[in-house]
Design a binder for this molecule. Structure first.
Ligand SMILES: [Zn+2]
Length: 272
């Protein structure tokens, strides 16, 4: 019986191969069962043309984005947790883009065409130059906007009142402009102290987010080792080199077998 079954399967495979060319990128084992749909199914592209003759790597969503995958860890002392990387057993990595100083015209299309949703940590002083630019990223690239202080000062050692005004004031402004209260906070330069955590907790944030890798001048820089690892939080900025930086990150992800997924889904702060 088993022998006959194998023979039938082999014959079927030959017929299938003769009738329909195997779709590029499909696992070969799937051919026999997808005979009727193979002709009409389009394999999602793994890359598309980008700005200035570049090639943009494309990532398929490994789950439905906007659904919570994990909770933020609890802070050890009743204050908000400091998150440097995401604990995950999946091949996921996270991209964050800070400040907002340079509003690169290609950013929206790059986010959309790559299928990647970065988390934006923005300063009031940059957003107020052109709130519509950042609102368009939020609404059309489905990204979320988070807080990074009003004026980008070094918070370390500053008074509670000063820090609270920088942090809460930025959150209030972003809520007013974007229509959603930011849930995550990143201190400028990554500098913070106990007062920062107290103020950020009082301002209603769920986590203080740091990073484990960065992109500068089109080069991905690692804190340790020569590659990105699952759970890494990567930092880049809105700069003139946006295209080079973003593409360097995407290509590194492909090289290291990682998929960039929304940070919010892994800190349970996804907004509906
Ligand atoms: Zn910054």
């Amino acid at each position: 019986m088993r022998r006959i079954g194998v023979a039938v399967a082999a014959a079927l495979a030959i017929v299938t191969a003769a009738c329909a060319p195997e779709p590029v990128g499909q696992p070969s084992g799937a051919t026999a069962t997808t005979t009727t749909t193979a002709v009409t199914t389009t394999t999602p592209p793994t890359a598309v043309p980008g700005p200035g003759g570049t090639t943009v790597p494309v990532f398929q969503h490994p789950y439905r984005y906007g659904t919570a995958q994990a909770k933020a860890p609890a802070g050890p002392d009743g204050l908000l947790p400091v998150v440097r990387r995401i604990e995950t057993d999946k091949p996921y990595v996270f991209i964050t883009i800070d400040d907002g100083a340079v509003r690169h015209p290609a950013a929206l299309e790059l986010m959309r065409s790559s299928n990647v949703r970065p988390s934006l940590f923005l300063n009031t002083k940059h957003v107020q130059d052109d709130p519509a630019y950042f609102k368009a990223l939020q609404d059309r690239a489905d990204v979320q906007v988070h807080a990074h202080t009003a004026n980008h000062p070094n918070l370390q050692g500053k008074s509670y009142d000063f820090q609270r005004q920088e942090i809460c004031g930025n959150a209030d402004y972003l809520e007013q402009q974007m229509g959603a209260r930011p849930k995550l906070f990143r201190p400028p330069f990554g500098n913070y102290d106990a007062t920062t955590r107290r103020a950020a907790t009082d301002c209603g944030f769920s986590a203080l987010v740091m990073w484990t890798a960065a992109v500068n001048d089109g080069v991905v820089q690692f804190q340790a080792g020569g590659k990105l690892n699952r759970g890494d939080v990567v930092l880049m900025h809105f700069r003139h080199t946006f295209v080079e930086d973003f593409l360097a990150f995407l290509e590194r992800c492909k090289q290291d077998g990682l998929t960039p997924v929304p940070l919010e889904d892994h800190l349970s702060v996804t907004q509906p």
